[in-house]
Design a protein around this ligand. Structure first.
Ligand code: ADP
Length: 225
């Protein structure tokens, strides 16, 4: 049976907040179209497309890819937004937030909520400098069993350190987040869409808080097992 009111969610938070980890858990519960702009950009790079080449230097420097490129990519990749979605890594600037709002308005819909996963900077640098990822975006700590084995436990792919996961670049990504992305907190607070979750706790606890926040929104039926 089609879901009568599918959730339209944005995951917001600094690099290393655990957005990808929480997204994977949410998708086990909710049938939503998932789009991670970071993953899409990395796929373009790996495939050597024009877009991937345009994005590469920005990504490696820890800077944002220009708004027009990312917005065009999102419009091309995104399905009909009325069916529900989970966006990870978009929007990252006010201009992108406005573009998303316009796209949704054109489809006669609006966001259900923006989940902010909040983590202090010191913890982020530590987390990112010890993380490994597989080509499909699954994330592991180097000290975990899968991290030590160097293979993804979900798809068997080799784990690697992302080019932009080095301490100096991580600090630049954090500064960019504070300057360009954090202003979206006020943007969404004004629209009363904001759900703030403490992301410094273990992933299961953060997930519990995410579910509780969604239930508070009246989305209890959608997330209940
Ligand atoms: P993280 O959240 O860990 O920083 P992502 O995988 O979401 O990593 O993004 C990696 C990089 O891809 C960013 O540092 C940026 O260069 C680029 N990127 C991803 N999404 C966007 C976006 N919405 N706007 C601009 N650049 C983006």
């Amino acid at each position: 049976m089609p879901n009568p009111s599918p959730l339209k969610l944005v995951l917001l938070g600094p690099p290393g907040a655990g957005k990808g980890t929480q997204a994977a858990r949410l998708l086990e519960r909710l049938e939503l179209c998932y789009l991670s702009t970071g993953d899409v950009l990395r796929r373009h790079r790996a495939a050597g497309t024009a877009l991937g080449r345009q994005a590469a230097d920005h990504m490696d420097a820890g800077e944002l890819v220009p708004d027009d490129i990312v917005i065009a990519m999102l419009l091309e990749e995104g399905d009909d937004p009325r069916h529900g979605f989970l966006l990870d890594g978009f929007p990252r600037t006010i201009v992108q937030g406005e573009a998303l709002e316009a796209r949704l308005a054109a489809a006669g819909t609006t966001l259900s909520a923006v989940i902010l996963i909040d983590v202090p900077d010191e913890l982020i640098v530590d987390r990112i400098s010890s993380r490994l990822t597989c080509p499909h975006g699954h994330v592991y700590d180097v000290r975990s069993p899968s991290g030590r084995a160097g293979a993804c436990e979900r798809d068997g792919e080799s784990l690697v350190r992302r080019d932009d996961d080095h301490a100096e670049i991580v600090r630049r990504r954090l500064a960019v987040y504070r300057d360009l992305t954090a202003p979206l907190e006020d943007f969404y607070a004004l629209r009363q869409l904001f759900l703030r979750v403490d992301g410094s706790r273990p992933p299961e606890e953060v997930f519990g808080a995410v579910l509780a926040a969604l239930e508070g929104l009246g989305a209890g039926d959608a997330v209940a097992r």
